[in-house]
Design a protein around this ligand. Structure first.
Ligand SMILES: Cc1cc2nc3c(=O)[nH]c(=O)nc-3n(C[C@H](O)[C@H](O)[C@H](O)COP(=O)(O)OP(=O)(O)OC[C@H]3O[C@@H](n4cnc5c(N)ncnc54)[C@H](O)[C@@H]3O)c2cc1C
Length: 405
């Protein structure tokens, strides 16, 4: 290996931190590894729905990134990447240029609230769940509505959304809380989704998930609207493209994603939505010394749907991609076999407040070799335990336990 290889990783979440730790394990001691992240903290995003329910303080879900990375001799830069120059092999924040020999992009996505007029917590009328700030705003608004004697709650996802799972969790958790306070009979709960059927999740369903979710919603009296294209949100009203309207006192809608602006600005690297096109080894199809992992990667849906639904990139899958990409980057420098980072399994646990759904699919997209879908309180306890283990893992680079969450 040449001395002092420089690998830069963009992103300090599931993709970025796991890629950096794995690179440290696989690259020689003198290799320079830098993580650049817009957020100073790692946030355990899968627990943000619990913040909305008032069951978690966001500070419990966050780990300051600088110290754990520095302990592993990984340089941490807290800053936002503004520009990527693949010709010069340089990535730039507002104040600094970072040259690289290899670049791993794990910058996730931007939230495309602007695609639907009136959507989103900042400029619109609906709440969301992608950051601690968004979750706290939703928590405060929801608490007020739940304190009333009656109300209308509409939870859903916009056309083109990929991460619909949290919307399912939130609507079932709200149902659980209302039942606990014996108020459920005075509230309507409506679920509005672009999916062609409940439990589709952007992947055509996972085993028995469609039937199980449909039964669960029937038992919980959650009204559902599938193939829904939200046209706009007005104060207290969600308006669909077919003209139907859903009045609400509280609404949370998952937006579609767009790739990071610095990625979209590079010619030919990303698909029209800004997600990076990669080889099975997770290298960019156009720029070989750039790799991508997690939400930043373009994955085609398994089939067309009347209203677009994108493929989710789960945390478990993102972590496996990060480890595969790091291994392949290291193989470029030190030799060794490369691995497939696209045909991966995924484990997910969707909490419902009083029970949970455990879903495992291998590979994540059909046709699959193995599928497990189970419902039970034990899955809730597993999810609760996994959160704490994962935060400890980010703090201390603990070994992976691939049972997902
Ligand atoms: C509410 C919710 C619940 C979820 N629940 C589950 C679950 O139960 N199970 C599961 O498997 N998955 C779940 N997921 C999905 C999981 O959170 C994602 O798979 C995971 O966060 C993807 O990680 P990532 O690193 O690809 O991207 P992200 O988590 O989006 O992280 C992107 C990182 O890049 C940084 N960044 C972005 N742009 C820039 C820039 N220009 N410059 C520098 N840094 C930048 C950000 O600061 C961040 O650190 C959930 C997601 C949500 C929103």
């Amino acid at each position: 290996m040449k001395s002092h290889e420089r690998v830069v990783v963009v992103g300090g979440s599931f993709g970025g931190v796991n890629a950096a730790y794995e690179l440290r394990r696989r690259l020689p001691r003198d290799a320079e590894i830098t993580v650049i992240s817009r957020d100073a903290d790692f946030t355990f995003i899968p627990s943000l729905p619990w913040v909305i329910m008032g069951w978690r303080d966001p500070s419990r879900l966050q780990v300051r990134l600088d110290a754990p990375l520095q302990r592993r001799r990984i340089r941490f830069v807290h800053g936002e990447v503004k520009e990527l120059d693949p010709q010069k092999c340089e990535i730039r924040t507002a104040s600094q240029a970072h040259p690289y020999d290899a670049l791993v992009i794990a910058s996730g996505a931007e939230l495309d609230y602007a695609a639907v007029p009136g959507l989103g917590p900042e400029a619109g009328h609906t709440y969301s769940t992608f950051t601690a700030t968004e979750a706290m705003a939703a928590r405060d608004a929801l608490a007020k509505v739940l304190a009333a004697d009656e109300g209308r709650i509409v939870i859903g996802a916009a056309a083109g959304a990929s991460c619909v799972g949290p919307a399912y969790e939130i609507v079932m958790m709200i149902d659980t809380v209302l039942k606990k306070f014996r108020k459920r009979h005075r509230f309507s709960l409506t679920f509005v989704t672009p999916e062609p059927f409940l439990g589709h999740f952007g992947v055509g369903g996972i085993g028995a998930s469609p039937g199980m979710v449909q039964d669960e919603f029937a038992e919980r009296h959650i009204e559902s609207v599938v193939n829904a294209r939200i046209a706009s949100a007005a104060p207290g009203r969600l308006i669909l493209a077919d003209g139907s309207e859903y009045p609400f006192d509280f609404s949370l809608v998952i937006p579609a994603f767009l790739g990071s602006p610095f990625v979209r600005a590079v010619d030919g690297m990303a698909n029209p939505k800004g997600f990076i096109m990669v080889t099975p080894q997770l290298a960019s199809t156009t720029i070989p010394n750039i790799s991508a992992v997690g939400v930043a990667v373009a994955i085609a849906p398994p089939g067309p749907t009347p209203v677009p639904v994108a493929v989710p990139k789960t945390g478990h899958m993102t972590e496996l991609m990060a480890r595969a990409a790091a291994r392949n980057v290291a193989a470029e420098f030190t030799g060794g076999a490369k691995v497939d980072g696209m045909t991966l399994p995924s484990t997910c646990i969707a909490d419902a407040g009083d029970t949970a759904f455990y879903m495992f699919a291998d590979p994540f997209l059909p046709p699959r070799n193995k599928v497990i879908v189970k419902r039970g309180k034990w899955a809730r306890y597993l999810k609760l335990t996994f959160e704490q283990y994962y935060l400890a893992r980010i703090r201390h680079d603990l070994p992976s336990m691939d049972f997902g969450w």
